[in-house]
Design a protein around this ligand. Structure first.
Ligand code: CA
Length: 257
């Protein structure tokens, strides 16, 4: 695992547009308020990202499927199809593109619901552009990769515990040789914990190490929801996990006996 970087640091400047060494990343903005789209596009392009826009949920889903963006900024309240449904449809496709939901202030239920249906994170409106850029950079980091054929990836996966194996080249996780679909964030949480077996990390630690956020606040709930979803995918009985365990009052750890 790479050590936690500083959000919005030198890495961003190296990806300046026109640098033929850096691969240009595409962000799809799905938002029906034109002034918000405009300010997001302006700031993302200034940081060297290519942007695509969609002004309703159906158009957003269509463009996500046809254009394969590297990250999606997805408003929840959208015409034709709400953001939750767009997110759920993409996850059902098996698409693990990072999705950041744009939520209205104080809608705590929205945040939890969004994470449960597979969003990676949320950004609360009104947001600062600095926050948006930091979260885009934290979530887009290592998503562009070519995925080798399933069998080869399973063969070269490294066992971490029991029948759980991780292929860090293809970013795939296997149980008993069968690939498990994880979002980028779930994958990073699992590999972080698995690479420090039996070490307990608090939610604040994980927010900093895995989410790469220099601030936390109420966001620690994101960690709980992501752990729960990860358990649902990798554990035989998510209510009695054997891989990712809770140390009450302290945090989470990856159990290796
Ligand atoms: Ca809206």
């Amino acid at each position: 695992m790479k050590a936690a970087g500083r959000p919005g640091g030198a890495g961003a400047r190296q990806e300046r547009k026109g640098d033929c060494m850096a691969e240009e990343k595409t962000v799809l903005i799905v938002e029906d308020e034109k002034n918000i789209v405009d300010i997001l596009r302006f700031n993302l392009e200034r940081k060297g990202y290519r942007t695509l826009e969609a002004y309703d949920g159906e158009e957003g889903l269509r463009k996500a499927r046809s254009e394969k963006p590297d990250l999606i900024l997805l408003d929840i309240m959208l015409p034709k199809m709400i953001g939750f449904d767009v997110c759920a449809a993409l996850r059902k496709d098996g698409d693990n593109v990072p999705i950041l939901l744009l939520t209205a202030r104080e809608e705590e239920e929205d945040k939890v619901r969004g994470l449960e249906i597979g969003a990676d994170d949320y950004i609360t409106k009104p947001f600062s552009m600095r926050e948006v850029i930091a979260r885009v950079e934290a979530n887009i980091r290592r998503t562009a990769m070519s995925v080798p054929a399933g069998a080869a990836a399973a063969d070269s996966a490294m066992p971490v515990a029991g029948d759980l194996a991780i292929n860090t080249d293809s970013h795939q996780v296997f149980r008993a040789g069968k690939a498990i679909d994880l979002t980028q964030r779930e994958y990073e949480l699992l590999t972080f914990l698995a690479s420090h077996p039996n070490k307990v990390y608090s939610r604040v630690d994980l927010m900093e190490q895995v989410w790469n956020y220099g601030y936390v606040g109420d966001d620690v709930r994101t960690v709980d929801v992501t752990v729960r979803r990860l358990r649902e995918k990798i554990e035989t009985d998510p209510a009695n996990p054997v891989f990712i365990l809770t140390r009450r009052g302290a945090g989470y750890y990856f159990s290796v006996t």
